[in-house]
Design a protein around this ligand. Structure first.
Ligand code: ADP
Ligand code: MG
Length: 292
């Protein structure tokens, strides 16, 4: 490609809301075989709502919701806001918490009203030695509905299963169709529950799912997909998306995402609009393809 074609392509990208931070990215995108996307905040809005709360025998809804919301009020995870908002909407006051701790990729814990509270994924409960099999059928149903199941423990006893659901962005289905139309494979990489991830992927026609990935496992997932498909573009928004954005042949960050992700990316989509991804690839094929 000539410097002029790259300049023209880059300018056209800006008109489409796609900012090329490196001219090279325009050339590299042309050869992409697969696009891997983060789920939360990239394919979905990143604003989950609490949809379900089922109690274990002997627990009270307002008490459990108050205790877990108090802990989540200290967390910055999108899940946390869903739980805090639900408690607030039910008029539940949040008690004070002590020694809050976030166990990355697993969940959160704190002391509340003299009790130890843990909220998180099934693997967190497993690590705490808690048996969640009483909730297995519920968890499977929630996952199949595309909801993310979480568990709450109070003083070492399993108290509830909670689910949050994150709406798919309006532009996501069209963006995936367009990527398929350009002949690319589409993959999802997420820390979320495998069943939930598969349900969301099936709804969107996504070809490949890598789920229950720990925060530092996204790079390995990118390497694996590269080995399988060849040239890979990764799309993400979060702090833990920075390493896979750097590892990908081309990294595309959501402009409304974290600064860390934007810094690590070669391309920035000015809005959250995922159509920027197929638009950028189509532009790359048109601009670079015509000139060689
Ligand atoms: P993702 O960005 O895909 O959610 P994370 O590594 O941030 O990946 O989280 C992985 C999983 O850990 C979540 O899907 C959830 O089950 C659990 N988790 C993380 N943070 C919290 C939290 N604040 N409250 C409850 N569960 C959490
Ligand atoms: Mg995300």
């Amino acid at each position: 490609a000539t410097p002029t074609s790259i300049m023209v392509g880059t300018g056209r990208g800006a008109e489409l809301g796609v900012l090329f931070r490196r001219g090279e990215a325009l050339q590299l995108l042309r050869d992409a075989n697969v696009v891997a996307l983060d789920k939360t905040g990239t394919l979905t809005e990143g604003r989950p709502r609490l949809t379900d709360l089922e109690l274990a025998e002997g627990f009270d809804r307002a008490q459990v919701l108050g205790l877990i919301a108090a802990v989540e009020a200290k967390s910055e995870h999108p899940i946390a806001r869903a739980i805090v908002d639900a408690a607030t909407a039910e008029g539940i006051a949040l008690p004070a918490v002590s020694d809050f701790q976030s166990v990355t990729g697993f969940g959160v814990t704190a002391g509340v009203e003299g009790k130890r509270i843990e909220v998180g994924a099934d693997r967190y409960m497993a690590e705490l030695g808690l048996n969640v099999t009483g909730f297995t059928a519920t968890a499977e149903r929630l996952g199949d509905e595309g909801k993310s199941p979480l568990y709450a423990a109070i003083d070492g006893r399993l108290a509830a299963i909670v689910a949050v659901a994150d709406p798919i962005k309006d532009t996501t289905p069209a963006a995936i169709k367009a990527l398929h139309g350009l002949g690319l494979k589409v993959a999802m990489i997420t820390g979320d529950n495998a069943r939930t991830a598969r349900a969301v992927a099936a709804r969107l026609g996504i070809d490949e799912v890598v789920a229950e990935v720990l925060p530092d496992g996204k790079v390995d997932a990118v390497r694996r997909l590269k080995g399988q498909y060849g040239k890979l573009a990764f799309v993400g928004d979060g702090i833990n998306d920075a390493p896979p954005l750097a590892e990908a042949d081309v990294g595309l960050a959501i402009g409304t995402g974290t600064d860390v992700a934007i810094e690590a990316a070669d391309v920035v989509l000015m809005s959250g609009n995922l159509l920027g991804v197929p638009n950028a690839i189509a532009l790359s094929k048109a601009t670079i393809g015509n000139i060689r």
